[in-house]
Design a protein around this ligand. Structure first.
Ligand code: MN
Length: 304
C-alpha cells in the first residue's frame, strides 16, 4: 500500500518548495472522514485517494492538485462539506474537489444522456481549471486498474464509458501513456476472448521477437552514432489493443500485421536531423511502398 510519506518524499524530489503541511492536513482529514469505509476489494477506502494522489505525483503535479486528489471523494461519499475543506486546505483545493464532485454527480441520467452531458461538463470544468480533468483521469485510471472487483455488467459499463469519454480526453491532452493503459484495460474487458487469443499468439516466438528488437536497437543506435547523432533508440512490442484495432480495421490476421513491434528514435537535433535519421534507417531496411507514413512522426506545427 502506498503511504502518505512515500507521496511526500517523491514530491519533494521534484519540488522542494511544496506545502507539506497542506498535504498533511488533506491526508489526515481524508483518513478521518473515510474511516470505516471499504473499497469493493475489502481494502480501507483511503487506499484509493492515496493511489490517485500517487498517479498525480507520477505526473509531477503541484501540491494543490495532490491535496485535492487526497480529498477527491470526500464531498461525494462522506459527510465532509466544502466549507470544511476550504477552511482546512484553502479555496483552490475546495474548488478542485467541488469540480470533481460535480462531474461524479452526473451519473443519474440515462446512459446516452449521461455520456454526452458528462463530456460537456467535463470540458467546461477543464476550461476553468485543467487540474480537475487531470485528477479525474487519474481517478479513472486507478478505478480501471482495480476494476476486477466490480460485477461483470458494471465492468462493461465503466469500460465503455472509459473508451467513449476518458480515452479521447487523454488523447487530446497528449497523454499517450495514460490513453494506452486505459485502452488496454478496456480491451481486456470488452473483448476478453480476443485479448486472450492475441496474447497467446504473441507469446509464440516471443523470445525471438525480443531478440530481434534488441538487434534492431543496437544496429540503429550504432549507425546513428557513427553519423554523429546523439540518439536514444527504444523498441517494444505494441499494445494488445492497438494491434487488435489494426487487425480489425484492415481485416487481417496477426501474421499479416507488419507492425507488431515499434521503434522510437529520440534525437537532440531539429527536424532535419529527424529526416537524416530516417534516411539512415532506410539505408538499412528498405521502406515498404505505401507504408511510409508509419515511419516518421514529426512534431506538428502550432495550430495543426
Ligand atoms: Mn475516486
Amino acid at each position: 500500500m502506498l503511504r502518505f510519506n512515500d507521496i511526500a518524499d517523491r514530491m519533494l524530489e521534484y519540488n522542494p518548495g511544496i506545502d507539506l503541511e497542506l498535504l498533511q492536513r488533506a491526508y489526515v482529514f481524508s483518513a478521518k472522514v473515510h474511516d470505516g469505509q471499504e473499497r469493493l476489494s475489502g481494502e480501507p477506502y483511503l487506499v484509493h485517494p492515496l493511489e490517485v494522489a500517487g498517479i498525480l505525483v507520477d505526473m509531477r503535479m503541484d501540491d494543490v492538485s495532490v491535496a485535492a486528489a487526497l480529498l477527491h471523494d470526500t464531498l461525494e461519499d462522506t459527510l465532509a462539506t466544502r466549507e470544511e475543506i476550504q477552511r482546512l486546505c484553502g479555496e483552490q483545493v475546495a474548488f478542485l474537489v467541488e469540480g470533481l464532485t460535480k462531474i461524479a454527480k452526473i451519473e443519474f441520467t440515462s446512459v446516452r444522456e449521461r455520456q454526452a452531458e458528462n463530456f460537456r461538463k467535463m470540458l467546461i470544468a477543464m476550461s476553468k481549471d485543467i487540474r480537475i480533468l487531470l485528477i479525474k483521469l487519474a481517478d479513472r485510471l486507478h478505478n480501471m486498474r482495480t476494476i476486477d472487483f466490480l460485477a461483470e455488467d458494471a465492468q462493461q459499463r465503466v469500460a465503455i464509458e472509459t473508451m467513449e469519454i476518458y480515452v479521447p480526453l487523454a488523447n487530446r491532452l497528449g497523454m499517450h501513456w495514460l490513453q494506452s493503459e486505459l485502452e488496454n484495460l478496456c480491451f481486456g474487458i470488452l473483448h476478453p476472448r480476443e485479448a486472450a487469443e492475441l496474447e497467446k499468439q504473441l507469446s509464440v516466438g516471443g523470445g525471438e521477437r525480443e531478440k530481434y528488437i534488441e538487434e534492431v536497437i543496437e544496429t540503429l543506435a550504432d549507425q546513428l552514432s557513427q553519423a554523429g547523432m546523439r540518439a536514444e533508440v527504444t523498441g517494444r512490442v505494441k499494445d494488445l489493443s492497438s494491434i487488435h484495432s489494426k487487425m480489425e480495421s484492415q481485416g487481417v490476421s496477426l501474421d499479416e500485421i507488419y507492425d507488431v513491434i515499434a521503434f522510437r528514435v529520440l534525437l537532440s537535433g531539429g527536424e532535419s536531423q529527424c529526416y537524416g535519421a530516417l534516411g539512415i534507417a532506410h539505408s538499412i531496411w528498405r521502406p515498404v511502398p505505401g507504408r511510409f507514413k508509419d515511419y516518421i512522426a514529426l512534431p506538428k506545427p502550432n495550430g495543426y
